[in-house]
Ligand binder design. Structure first.
Ligand code: FES
Length: 246
């Protein structure tokens, strides 16, 4: 049982002539503040004058939650969680700036309007059973594990942040080193004309890893281009709307 579970115990911290040091340093008091003050009361985030133009934003925190205060296109000010709904990355990194008509997540390029609505998601190439199986078998062991984790998240057996942590481990301990080793073996075979692995095995694993790398490039680069195109179209539409209104 905690020291500060009753209101009396908390009130006793502040006396007319003194304030107990736990008010400032106790973890239990901190948690109580986060739960009862920052989550349940109005919190000052910023002043209107800090975001004078449409698209101007500042980033700050409400308690432990990172937030963005941004001026929307209708001149309203919105306060949004500074967390991408895809995998939780911070969407705005800078303390302040002008984002134009939308935010784009730096991780997989999902974009969001300044009222928080989703604007565009990069093209997905993994629809359908055949392409899902292809993605599983052809991306090699790291890609396959990565893919299993995504399925677990989709089916609700794993939360996104756990998947992200595991994915980082797969990249660091499996994908990175194995690609380096196969590159080394390939270079050694070409340079010294000796095969440490049988040449047919080497060709298969190099091909798998090439596909693995290509698959992720495709996701990151091609998808980025598609999302950018959609954002361009959305911007052009918004411009047309502005002209119509004038
Ligand atoms: S984490 Fe933001 S787009 Fe993937």
């Amino acid at each position: 049982m905690g020291k500060y579970e009753t209101p009396d115990a908390v009130s006793a911290l502040v006396q007319p002539h003194q304030v107990h040091k736990d008010t400032y340093i106790d973890a239990e008091i901190f948690d109580l503040e986060m739960k009862h003050l920052f989550s349940n009361t109005w919190v000052f985030v910023g002043h209107d004058s800090q975001t004078p133009k449409k698209g101007d934003y500042i980033t700050t925190q409400i308690g432990t939650q990172p937030v963005i205060m941004v001026r929307h296109k209708d001149d309203d000010i919105k306060v949004l969680y500074n967390r991408c709904p895809h995998k939780g990355t911070k969407i705005a990194i800078d303390r302040a700036g002008n984002t134009g008509k939308f935010f784009r997540c730096p991780y997989h390029a999902w974009s969001f309007k300044t009222d928080g609505c989703l604007l565009a998601i990069p093209l997905k190439h993994t629809g359908g059973v055949a392409s899902n199986l292809g993605a599983f078998f052809l991306t090699g062991l790291p890609g396959g594990l990565d893919y299993i984790l995504l399925v677990l998240v989709k089916q609700g057996f794993m939360d996104r942040m756990t998947e992200k942590r595991w994915c980082a481990n797969i990249n660091v301990w499996l994908r990175g080193p194995s690609m380096s080793i196969y590159l080394f073996l390939g270079f050694q075979a070409w340079y010294a004309q000796t095969f440490l692995l049988h040449w047919s095995v080497l060709i298969v694993v190099v091909a798998l890893h090439f596909y693995n790398g290509q698959y992720y490039c495709e996701q990151a680069v091609a998808s980025y281009a598609v999302a950018a195109e959609r954002v361009k179209v959305a911007k052009a539409d918004a411009k047309k709307d502005d002209v119509k209104k004038q």
